[in-house]
Design a binder for this molecule. Sequence first.
Ligand SMILES: Cc1cc2nc3c(=O)[nH]c(=O)nc-3n(C[C@H](O)[C@H](O)[C@H](O)COP(=O)(O)OP(=O)(O)OC[C@H]3O[C@@H](n4cnc5c(N)ncnc54)[C@H](O)[C@@H]3O)c2cc1C
Length: 492
Amino acid sequence: MKRRDFIKNSAILTASTYLPIAKAEIHDQQAISLTGDEIVLSKVDILDFMSSFQGSVIAEGHYNYEKARLVWNGVWNKKPALIVYCESVQDIQKAINFSREQNLLTAVRSGGHSISGKSTCDGGIIIDLSRMRKTNVDLQRKIATVEAGCTLYDLDSKTLPHGYVVPAGVVSHTGVAGLTLGGGIGSLMRMYGLTVDNLISVDIVTADGVLRKASLDENPDLFWGIRGGGGNFGIVTSFSYNLRPLPNGEIIVGVNLYDMKYAKEIWDFYYDYSEGMSSNIMLNAGMWNDDKTGQGYFFLGTLFIGDDNKASKALETITNFGNPMSDEVNKKKFSEHQQVADKRNAHYRKYYIKGRQIDEYNPKLTEELMERWSYEEGRFDTMRVVRFGGAISEVAESDTPWAGRNAKWDIEVGGHWTNDAKTEEYTQWGRDYWKALSPHCAERIYINELMDEDQAFVATSYGQNYGRLVEVKNKYDPKNLFSLNGNIKPSV
Ligand SMILES: Cc1cc2nc3c(=O)[nH]c(=O)nc-3n(C[C@H](O)[C@H](O)[C@H](O)COP(=O)(O)OP(=O)(O)OC[C@H]3O[C@@H](n4cnc5c(N)ncnc54)[C@H](O)[C@@H]3O)c2cc1C
């Protein structure tokens, strides 16, 4: 990353770090309860909470409130009653206890990248963990432990220089916490599994304010639930992962760029070829329009892990396919590769984007996709398909709540824009697009790709694992304090 960009990224990530405590500005505060009723948080109660809280408390009227309430997806222009920046596990416990006692609508924010805006809310509290970013890499035991406010960049920058990696997502400013709890898909998943498949344990404060460890040996029901069940059971304060080898922190990356007129034949090739690939190869396909010229591009992106000498042979069918405008295969630092898409996914633009899993390829999906693919000035459309399989499908469906172990692909389609006035129109465009695509996909979503699906679809997506998730929810969060997520409704 260029120095200038690094400084810019760091500024976004740490913009909240030095906010002063705003005691003088606290007054009785209108708020919204867990059940959606209007309530008042008294100044006395807020000050009492603040008196033992180490971090900062921000409310409307504070000079930094407008900045503090921003989340990655600018579509979610919400106004929380309070934003509390935790600096320790005790702070998290105090914030949870305050929320529960006040019966307050509660959002949890770590990296702030929830596409569906679940880490913010109108009238409730945001419990923010972005200041908790300690990391520890134990090379003897091959374990990385990170606090919940870390981004993927924080994690990668501590592991890759040692030739190890924790498989996670593909945009370096994404938060480790939300990504892991939803499952965690990325370019190494076919080789090393989902992020949750590499999780050893977490420290988590549950709705009763108690700090617990969850692992295969301690609170195994909770450990099962958090490996794909999202933020439903408590606030995770830190995650410990197994490190996986990535010698020299390097990979082989190939990119073929094609004219859009070949889209149909490339899609057919993609689905056919990617089914039989070995698990050390990842193949992505996608399209985008140049935002200035409107010119459409199609890309095939490959990533190979393994012996350099074997890469060109392993990738030759892909690199030789069709008539690319350009094709390149290079050895690359994985840390660089992880930042390639950072700018395209910049903070605070307005996004309508979501995904679905694909169990079997139906060419009608491509027909619908291409028929509706268009250029609209001011809206930047993107889409991609990634291949699942490999290590993902070696884990049984019931071993973790993450549903779709046998799904073959995952498709994401959407657009982003900056013009507020266009939000309604473009949101409708996204909905219409998905109405056409979804009949040709699995009736299941990777929970971290939710945009505006309803509760029934969350339950449908978890499939056979939903009932067990409800049991874990009943035990650790029976009043649904943690309701802003792909929600598991308690039944008690
Ligand atoms: C640009 C971009 C790129 C992405 N790329 C990928 C990708 O490659 N792979 C992938 O799998 N996903 C990806 N995602 C989806 C991503 O996994 C989710 O948006 C995820 O929720 C982000 O985590 P976060 O901590 O940044 O989010 P936040 O918005 O902070 O949190 C999202 C939700 O997670 C829960 N949560 C957050 N922190 C905690 C905590 N400490 N304890 C308990 N619950 C918590 C809460 O329910 C919260 O609503 C991407 C998203 C974006 C916006």
